[in-house]
Design a protein around this ligand. Structure first.
Ligand code: AMP
Length: 186
């Protein structure tokens, strides 16, 4: 599982790790954006929250995540990116994994300074034109991260699951650091 603020590089590094491990990359942001594009019930319910940079309500995520984790291709595990985002979701995830006879192997925490994050998101805004990368929405996403998601760092550290990686350098350097943190932990 990956933890880190918006713009830390979770998506990029999670895709690499999924390739390395031969497991699917499960990004709740990607799943929600697809639901939005397809105009599903989940997408309709999620839209206003995503546009504002707020968390989509936990119960909307529940079926989405459960459906993905119980897919055949995730039977051997997956790399989770963007879930859980608060303590209630962390509890739901534990419950889902218990039902599946599975568990969390490790939590990779990418830490990056706020200055770098803002710069990266500004770059992504021009490359990918994500609506939620607009400046004031980004500020809200940072606030939401600090208030709701950052407590998960403490939570998983106390469970002995956290692997800290400095997400500040370039993509390749972070990729190498992620690989060695995973190798050292396995
Ligand atoms: P991401 O691509 O992970 O940055 O997610 C983009 C947006 O999707 C977030 O700002 C939230 O609005 C929503 N989202 C993604 N994952 C979650 C989650 N686990 N819980 C609530 N909202 C989420």
């Amino acid at each position: 599982m990956f933890l880190g603020p918006p713009g830390a590089g979770k998506g990029t590094q999670a895709v690499t790790m999924a390739g390395d491990l031969g497991m699917p990359h499960v990004s709740t942001g990607d799943l929600l954006r697809r639901a939005l594009r397809e105009g599903t019930e989940v997408g309709i319910r999620a839209k206003s929250f995503m546009d504002a940079g707020d968390l989509v309500p936990d119960e909307v995520l529940l079926d989405l995540v459960r459906g993905r984790l119980t897919s055949d291709d995730a039977a051997g595990g997956c790399v989770l990116d963007g879930y859980p985002r608060n303590l209630a979701q962390a509890e739901s995830l534990d419950e889902m994994l218990r039902e599946l006879g599975a568990g969390i192997v490790g939590v990779l925490n990418l830490s990056v300074s706020e200055e770098t994050l803002v710069g990266r998101i500004a770059g992504r805004r021009s490359d990918e034109s994500r609506v939620d990368d607009a400046a004031e929405t980004v500020r809200n996403r940072m606030r939401v991260y600090e208030e709701q998601t950052a407590p998960l760092v403490v939570h998983y550290r106390s469970r002995g699951l956290l692997l800290d990686v400095d997400g500040e350098p370039g993509v390749e350097e972070v990729r190498a650091a992620v690989r060695s943190a995973v190798a050292a932990a396995s």
